[in-house]
Design a protein around this ligand. Structure first.
Ligand code: NAD
Ligand code: DAU
Length: 355
């Protein structure tokens, strides 16, 4: 049994689906179901006894302690976070509460549980913290990609809150001996990506004939990784990572935003041509830049490849094609997110599912 937090979000739900496809080990999924949590992502697990969903806050120490005592997981994987940089600029409070205070409370609950385990279980237990490359700050055009030893230089409230959570996780290992693993990953994309982030936003806006808002000159660089590759990397780190170590995860796919948007438009032109024969590129609109916008992220993923033998399976080309096709194949998922009706899913589908 493993306990996952944030397993109804984009990466967490992909992880839970992939985990239960690859193994029969049950998952307790603790998620607050903020706007970013969507149980429709997990509809295929509705009658699956291996998946136990609990709506709740990772900062609710009594709840987390009860779940740990009841289910006795061998590992906790912490995905739960406020994750959108633009939202953190408009309202940083939730980021401080969930990403920093929430992680602190989760660590304390896990430490109490871990301390009570018999010696063998204690040695095998793992706390895996899912973090981001944004903690390292921004890179100049020719600087080498981020390694695990780069200094932390977070620039947005989101990145600062994730950096703080990484520091807490590190300290809980150093001070209390908690067997932690931290992963710092680059930008993910793929199925179930909430359409406020770049790639899904461009796909759904283009299909709706709406403008495709590119911040500033669109030459900011991100390093893109297909979400299923991130999930396989986390499984590998959980299996073989050394407690106390951090692992950078990336796809070796550095691309300027404008190139991403062009590729999405071109794929839509091919897979879902416009009735008037024009290109979706005509919808691209340059808008005001994000304040403090980091110019470039890039991950040096050599450590995880060298030490744990992990490499991404998808290239950007194969991953983005699958992603565009997934959105074309799931108009109802998109429509429920856009109308907000995905938020009724819990009561409609699960009745009074609560802790
Ligand atoms: P997301 O915003 O799609 O999902 C976050 C999930 O956490 C949601 O289901 C939400 O309901 C839940 N949640 C939020 N606050 C909570 C709380 N207080 N208690 C319990 N659950 C709560 O995020 P994502 O893109 O899936 O990212 C998952 C993790 O991976 C985050 O920690 C993020 O920092 C990290 N990460 C994301 C990316 C990326 O490109 N998306 C890249 C690297 C790292
Ligand atoms: O690098 C990892 C991070 O990637 C994760 O830690 C974050 O949780 C995740 O949200 C993501 O952060 P970004 O800020 O890089 O992702 P976003 O999709 O918001 O933006 C990607 C790039 O596209 C960024 O340079 C801003 C730009 N952008 C974004 C949006 C939403 C636009 O140009 N227009 C847009 O409308």
């Amino acid at each position: 049994m493993i306990l996952v937090t944030g397993g109804a979000g984009f990466i967490g739900s992909n992880f839970v689906l992939d985990w239960l496809q690859a193994s029969d080990e049950p998952v307790v999924n603790l998620d607050k179901l903020t706007y970013a949590g969507n149980l429709e992502n997990l509809v295929t697990l509705q009658d699956d006894v291996r998946h136990h969903f609990v709506q709740g806050d990772l900062g609710d120490r009594a709840l987390v302690e009860r779940l740990l005592t009841e289910h006795r997981p061998r590992a906790v994987i912490n995905f739960a976070a406020e994750s959108h940089v633009d939202r953190s600029i408009h309202g940083p409070e939730d980021f401080i509460q969930t990403n920093i205070v929430g992680t602190f409370r989760l660590l304390e609950a896990v430490r109490a549980y871990w301390s009570s385990l018999p010696a063998g279980d204690k040695a095998n237990f793992r706390f895996l913290h899912v973090s981001t490359d944004e903690v390292y700050g921004t890179l100049s055009k020719d600087a080498p990609p981020f390694t695990e030893t780069n200094p932390y230089e977070p620039n947005s409230p989101y990145a600062a809150s994730k950096a703080a959570s990484d520091h807490l996780v590190r300290a809980w290992h150093h001070t209390y001996g908690l067997p932690v693993l931290t992963t710092n990953c680059s930008n993910n994309y793929g199925p179930y990506h909430f359409p406020e982030k770049l790639i899904p936003l461009m796909i759904v806006n283009a299909l709706a004939g709406m403008p495709l808002p590119v911040y500033g000159d669109g030459l900011q660089v991100r390093d893109w990784l297909y979400v299923k590759d991130h999930c396989s990397a986390i499984r590998r780190v959980l299996e073989a990572g050394q407690p106390g170590e951090t692992y950078n995860i990336g796809g070796w796919n550095e691309k300027p935003n404008i190139e991403i948007v062009h590729r999405v438009c071109d794929l839509l032109d091919e897979l879902h041509p416009k009735a008037d024969g024009g290109s979706y590129r005509a919808l691209i609109t340059h808008v005001q830049d994000r304040p403090g916008h980091d110019r470039r992220y890039a991950i040096d993923a050599r450590k995880i490849e060298r030490d744990l033998g992990w490499k991404p399976a998808e290239t950007f080309e194969t991953g983005i094609r699958k992603t565009v096709q997934w959105y074309l194949d799931h108009p109802q998922w998109v429509q429920h997110v856009q109308s907000g009706s995905y938020r009724d899913w819990v009561s409609k589908q699960y009745g009074a599912v609560v802790a």
